[in-house]
Design a protein around this ligand. Structure first.
Ligand code: ADP
Ligand code: MG
Length: 629
């Protein structure tokens, strides 16, 4: 048997880094600015604990693009490195000086905001540069150092004459990466990744307009001056304590995050935990439409104020991905695959924490200002209903504040509905029947019929509502939902006195036969009912179960419904045996008169259910004109 040590040749490591370490070449700038930020924050920490006896001042990180010379400079005023430290931190790939620092100053530096982690960030420079130089002067009383490396494992290290503290990284941009020499490109990257980093970042100069002096004439132009162009806000709202922020600050931060959004958010939720994981952030409820696919501006994920991604799948519960805002956590493992992320215990805890916080916030909004909550309901219901469907813990909380609006604009909680309707709206088995409409216009005649009987009609129109009703029916006892056109109202809800049919049994039989012979369309099942003589002669209804299954197939997630094929069209034609027109049909002498009356009445019923279309509609209209003339 032979044992030995696998020899990993360093020669091979650079091409590997260049190709595979990061899929996005553009993150080199984020990494180098993160290092510059770390160097600055370390110095801040060392001066604060008295280990560095220098003036911290107001350090800035500067980015310069030299298009002619094909160079990018990243200059910081941080703690710098001695020649020995360059040997130690730079020449050892995968040795993280950031981790070493955090280890060494464990307790005191815990909250210092140090970003670095894996000791690989610096080498991302070689993704875009053919040669990299470091010129650095430590805060310690030692000479400056100049390190150069052309992407092979060979480097040079010599003394330099830099006198001011800090580090300058010079990237000699490679031929295949010259896009990064465009000012516009760098601006775009800074705006994407560094907009909220904790140390001011300067990129170029900008012109600032000053107030006019007292004695200036009207036509005199306002004086201007050139100032550093700072591209970031080092103290974004989410890093502050909620107590220090006013409503206006939250709105202002929303505009900072989404400058292209003109609509204000409805409300926000400030997240802030430090145990058992670290997480801060602000989530906003935007106005949502019923279109679940429209979500342009997404939640942004940061790590110590460095932008990481706007794909928060797995970290934020899915039903909340429709929200906007930021989440910042050093505890989310980022360099791992998404599927691992979903199984990760810490990430699961984060996800359920966020869900809980959102539920609590909604509960308090409901409790503190119900009127306002009602006014916002239509804009937020989609998230809440989706959450109730997908998260049982959320369901339990939301059940207390989820609202059920009526067609007349009143809002009830489920419990209030139960209390209000338990005596008046039950079926023959004493089950509470919650009548609802999904479209006030299309179901107008059915809504009116139900209201005429004194029933309460809800307006439930979200795309996923059929799924939620299914869930409510199984999780609550003795309730059922029925759309106003699901069946005749008198069949849905038990009534005290039965209507007596004016027709004898023989007459009924004859009528049914006539109707079935004349109506050739097999989707209609004829049902004779004795109703109030003022109710419609013909009414078309669609069984709740059939219709809901169809809807659930359309919106997905039908739970085992797949593969059932298309549901057939099935309607009931309810014929009111007490209506004068129905007697007329029965008593008409000529068979043509009978057929004409039946067909015209059926078409009117179809029209009111929105089922009359195309050629049939055209023919119906033609026929009606003939009749009125
Ligand atoms: P990490 O940031 O994860 O520690 P990097 O590869 O990004 O790893 O950097 C390696 C180390 O090099 C850093 O930890 C730090 O000690 C040192 N370093 C890099 N850039 C700078 C800088 N601008 N100023 C001071 N030290 C730096
Ligand atoms: Mg780093």
């Amino acid at each position: 048997m032979a044992t030995g040590k696998i020899n990993v040749s360093v020669e091979n490591i650079f091409p590997l880094i260049k190709k595979f370490l990061y899929s996005d070449h553009e993150i080199f700038l984020r990494e180098l600015i993160s290092n510059a930020t770390d160097a600055t924050l370390k110095l801040k920490h060392l001066t604060s604990i008295g280990e560095a006896k220098v003036e911290y001042g107001n350090p800035v990180i500067e980015i310069k693009v030299d298009k002619e010379g094909k160079k990018i400079h990243i200059i910081d005023q941080g703690l710098g490195m001695t020649a020995d430290e360059v040997e130690k931190y730079i020449n050892q790939v995968a040795f993280s000086g950031a981790e070493e620092f955090l280890d060494k100053y464990k307790d005191s530096a815990k909250d210092s905001g140090i970003i670095g982690h894996f000791g690989l960030g610096f080498y991302s420079a070689f993704m875009v540069a053919e040669k990299v130089e470091i010129i650095t002067k430590s805060f310690k009383d030692e000479p400056a150092a100049h390190w150069t490396c052309d992407g092979s494992p060979n480097f040079t290290l010599e003394a330099a004459d830099k006198t001011d503290r800090g580090t300058e990284i010079i990237l000699h941009v490679a031929e295949d990466s010259t896009e990064f020499l465009e000012e516009g490109k760098i601006s775009e990257l800074l705006n994407k990744y560094n907009k909220f980093m904790p140390v001011p970042i300067k990129f170029g100069m900008r012109t600032e307009t000053l107030p006019k002096p007292e004695d200036a004439k009207e036509e005199d132009p306002a004086p201007t001056q050139e100032v550093d162009n700072i591209i970031n806000n080092p103290n974004p709202a989410w890093t502050k304590a909620p107590a220090d922020l006013k409503e206006e600050d939250y709105k202002g931060f929303y505009r900072e995050l989404y400058p292209m959004q003109f609509e204000e958010p409805l409300f926000n939720i400030h997240l802030n935990v430090d145990y058992p994981f670290n997480l801060t952030g602000i989530l906003y409820f935007p106005k949502l439409t019923n279109d679940l696919n429209v979500q342009k501006d997404r939640i942004q994920l940061y790590q110590n104020q460095v932008f990481v991604t706007d794909n928060v799948e797995g970290i934020v519960p899915e039903f909340l991905t429709m929200l906007r805002g930021v989440i910042d956590s050093p505890d989310i493992p980022l360099n791992v695959s998404r599927s691992y992320l979903q199984a990760d215990g810490a990430v699961k805890k984060i996800s359920s924490y966020i869900s809980k916080k959102v539920a609590d916030k909604l509960a308090s909004l409901y409790k503190n200002n119900r009127e306002d909550f009602e006014a916002k309901w239509n804009d937020i219901k989609i998230v809440i209903e989706y959450g109730m469907l997908s998260d049982d813990k959320f369901f339990d909380k939301a059940d207390k504040f989820a609202l059920y609006p009526t067609v007349d604009g009143a809002f009830y909680t489920f419990e209030e509905l139960q209390e209000k309707l338990k005596a008046t709206q039950t079926d023959k088995d004493n089950k509470l029947v919650l009548l609802y409409a999904s479209d006030k216009e299309a179901q107008h005649s059915y809504i009116e019929a139900a209201k005429a009987k004194g029933y309460e009609v809800l307006l439930l129109d979200s795309p996923i509502i059929s799924h939620l009703m299914q869930k409510l029916e199984t999780s609550k006892e003795n309730i059922s939902f029925a759309r106003v056109d699901a069946d005749h109202i008198d069949n849905l809800i038990k009534k005290d006195e039965e209507q007596i049919s004016k027709l004898s049994e023989e007459e009924k039989e004859a009528l049914k036969k006539e109707l079935e012979e004349t109506i050739t369309n097999k989707s209609f099942t004829v049902q004779l009912e004795a109703m109030d003589s003022a109710a419609s002669p013909f009414t078309i209804t669609e069984p709740e179960f059939m219709r809901r299954m169809k809807e659930m197939q359309q919106t997905g997630g039908g739970g085992g419904m797949f593969g059932m094929g298309n549901m057939p069209e099935m309607y009931n034609l309810i014929v009111n045996t007490n209506h004068a027109l129905v007697s007329e049909i029965l008593n008409a002498d000529a068979p043509e008169t009978k057929q004409r009356l039946i067909n015209q009445s059926l078409d009117l019923a179809r029209l009111s259910k929105g089922l009359l279309k195309g050629e049939e509609l055209t023919n119906f209209i033609k026929r009606s004109y003939e009749m009125v003339k």
